[in-house]
Design a protein around this ligand. Sequence first.
Ligand code: BTN
Length: 275
Amino acid sequence: MKPPPALTPAPLSADLIREMLPAGRFGHPLFYFPAVDSTNGTLRELARRGAGEGTTVVAEQQFRGRGRRGRQWFSPAGGGIYLSLLARPKLSPTKCTGITLLTAAAVGRAIENLTGLIVEIKWPNDLLLEGRKVCGILAESGGDGGNSGEKRYLILGIGINVGGDYFPPDLENQAISLRMAGAKNLDRAELISKILGELEIFYEDFKAGGDLSPVLDFCRLRSATIGRRVRAIGAGGEISGLALNLEEDGGLRIQRNNGEHLIVHSGEVTLSPTG
Ligand code: BTN
């Protein structure tokens, strides 16, 4: 049996985070909670009540942290960053899908700048270190912009494994923390501040018309997906083939075995083993 979780967090508090917040929209206002079910869920409530773009929720712990495809996100106290941000871009739902990749790039750059580690991006929403997952992103939309009067919004949920060196058995071989990868004694408030700063830069261009070009440069450079054989499961079913490149709108171009090219805009990608 493994020993219980040994976590080494520099403490997190609303004041510590606020002290370091960059100017800009994200992090303003900031809501900090010692524990919530899900920061995405808490932010959704705030969004429904009309919270503005940039509203941010951070928690020390989540009881029901949500992952993609109905999975849970392991969210122990002291072990991670659980962060949700509210965006209200005036873009079509199709253009909005690029925001997952944008968020991944912002988090990746922040991690690299602060720790010197080099991340890989598994399209569209996972950050990897040493081939294992260190960060997951869950972008959710809400509001219909229609009769209910509730304007459309996006919630960008970011989960990062920071200080832990314990994962439950089902995650043990797939997950890694920044600490396990060599970034000891990381200041979570500082990392949050760096993430918000990077996001601000990318979001400015994106908001103006869906431009992802600076995001794509970084994502192509750090891609764990391009050049690999992949299986993508999305709304349109399952596609297998070779991942060729990222499109200008953030979609993934896949060449099927019969030579046909398809572009996937969202979904779950599995990388085939190398070698
Ligand atoms: C994934 O499956 O990879 C996405 C995980 C996203 C987890 C984060 S933690 C903060 C935010 N609140 C949630 O409930 N989920 C996201």
